[in-house]
Design a protein around this ligand. Structure first.
Ligand SMILES: N[C@@H](CC(=O)c1ccccc1NC=O)C(=O)O
Length: 292
């Protein structure tokens, strides 16, 4: 596999079209199935948990959280903040509670983060919104025993940007105990050369400044934070490269990180299946949280 700089525009666009790599469904069908799966999974999670929908974390219309609590929750519990994917332009928090069921069964709360996707939002706006949502959550809910980030695809990019936050201006330093980054993007420069940027309009500077790969902070060893980077077996080679390089960059900066290639999954069902308790990644996440 050559470098992205040497690819034709056609090849680069294919690399960054996750729907074209599913071995099971064609591009349109896989996206349709994905929207269906996350919507249906979210509906089921809303029945099985206690919900607080549309909790504002800021003044903007899009700055809201959907919180899913275990039905019988104790006073303190871990909170997973879920940041949805969709190339910073599709999907919303409304269909992003599908992972809450199995978590709630084990006493873990989930909050699906809303943010302004493009064209309304620009990339830097989304990064700031997600950072603010994390600061808000830890200030609002004093019962949180630990915060975990869970992000898919573009949402894993936003979660990774949360890890590189200088919290000085947020008035709080969240105790982020772990991050689960699923099929994410950490190097945005190649994306500026694809159709994805037709709506985002990222400049090269914005792409560089908002690439987690280029802003990994040195890990200060005072607290523990585990980062799990996962990629789907049927993600494209460029997606695999992105995860591999971010993993190496985290390790080089002293972070505790691991990299996991999840067999028999594509870019979409790798996250959808978190609605199932017996899914491999659900079990890994529950285990990491239970270790605290
Ligand atoms: N053109 C993209 C579209 C895409 O990523 C997407 C579209 C709708 C809803 C979610 C998407 N991606 C990841 O969650 C693709 O090829 O998959």
């Amino acid at each position: 596999m050559g470098k992205w700089q040497e690819m034709t525009k056609e090849e680069l666009e294919k690399q960054y079209s996750p729907s074209r790599w599913s071995p099971w469904l064609d591009a349109d069908a896989v996206i349709e199935a994905h929207v269906q799966a996350v919507s249906e999974g979210t509906r089921r999670a809303q029945i099985g948990t206690q919900t607080l929908l549309n909790v504002p974390y800021g003044l903007g219309e899009g700055e809201k959280l959907d919180v899913y609590l275990p039905k019988e929750h104790t006073e303190t519990f871990p909170l997973v903040l879920y940041i949805h994917g969709g190339y910073w332009q599709f999907l919303s928090k409304d269909a992003s509670g599908f992972a809450a069921g199995p978590l709630a069964t084990h006493g873990v709360a989930l909050a699906a983060v809303g943010y302004d996707v493009a064209p309304k939002g620009q990339l830097e706006v989304m990064v700031r919104q997600v950072r603010r949502s994390v600061a808000f959550a830890v200030q609002q809910y004093t019962g949180i025993s630990g915060v975990y980030l869970l992000g898919h695809s573009a949402g894993a990019h936003l979660a990774a940007m949360v890890l590189s936050t200088d919290w000085a201006e947020f008035g709080v330093v969240p105790n982020i105990k772990g991050a689960f980054l699923v099929s994410g993007l950490y190097d945005l420069e190649p994306i500026t050369h694809t159709y994805v940027n037709d709506v985002l309009h990222m400049s090269r500077e914005v792409a560089l400044q908002n690439s987690p790969l280029r802003c990994v902070p040195k890990f200060e060893g005072r607290r523990s934070c585990q980062v799990l980077i996962t990629v789907a077996q049927h993600d494209s080679p460029e997606f695999h490269r992105q995860s591999q390089e971010y993993f190496e960059a985290l390790r080089a900066a002293g972070w505790s990180a691991s990299l996991l290639d999840i067999g028999d999954t594509d870019h979409f069902d790798v996250i959808e299946k978190l609605s199932q308790e017996d899914y491999f990644l659900t079990q890994v996440i529950l285990k990491m949280i239970s270790r605290g």
